[in-house]
Design a protein around this ligand. Structure first.
Ligand code: FES
Length: 147
């Protein structure tokens, strides 16, 4: 697998921790989907960042995040892109989501742009916008334009 040429800036979440978070998520899932408000509440209860639970969904479960009826879906790579700041992007999106709810957050294991991580894709009626490497600023810009 290709990785960015720059050095990792972040550590990824330990796989055993992801596995135990996956079990917690299974408890709150309904029809294999986890509603984001329930996940946020769980993360607050456990004192962990929501991003860790978001990453656990594709990495440690067969579940998905309930996308609801939002017109935009933002796929965020939770794989090796974690080492390049993907979790920060997810926490940023969770904050923005709380205010607007105009998009769904879809964590995935890989977006096939591992050498340009952290990778995101914004899907909607415009088609697909690739942000790689994505930043909180580029996500804000995309949302301001598309949401
Ligand atoms: S690990 Fe492949 S795009 Fe993130």
């Amino acid at each position: 697998m290709k990785v960015p040429t720059r050095s990792p800036t972040h550590e990824d979440v330990d796989m055993r921790r992801l596995a135990s978070m996956g079990l917690e998520l299974e408890e709150i899932a309904v029809d294999d989907a986890v509603a984001l408000p329930a996940m946020i509440e769980l993360a607050e209860d456990r004192g962990r960042p929501v991003s860790h639970y978001l990453a656990a969904v594709p990495l440690a479960t067969e579940l998905r995040v309930d996308a609801g009826t939002a017109p935009l879906a933002i796929k965020v790579c939770a794989g090796t892109c974690q080492r390049y700041g993907a979790l920060d992007l997810m926490d940023h999106l969770v904050e923005k989501w709380g205010a607007a709810k105009t998009f769904a957050i879809v964590p995935v294991t890989c977006l096939d742009r591992c050498d340009q991580g952290p990778a995101c894709e914004v899907h909607g009626s415009h088609g697909q916008l690739v942000l790689a490497p994505a930043t909180t600023a580029s996500l804000d810009e995309a949302l301001a334009e598309l949401a």
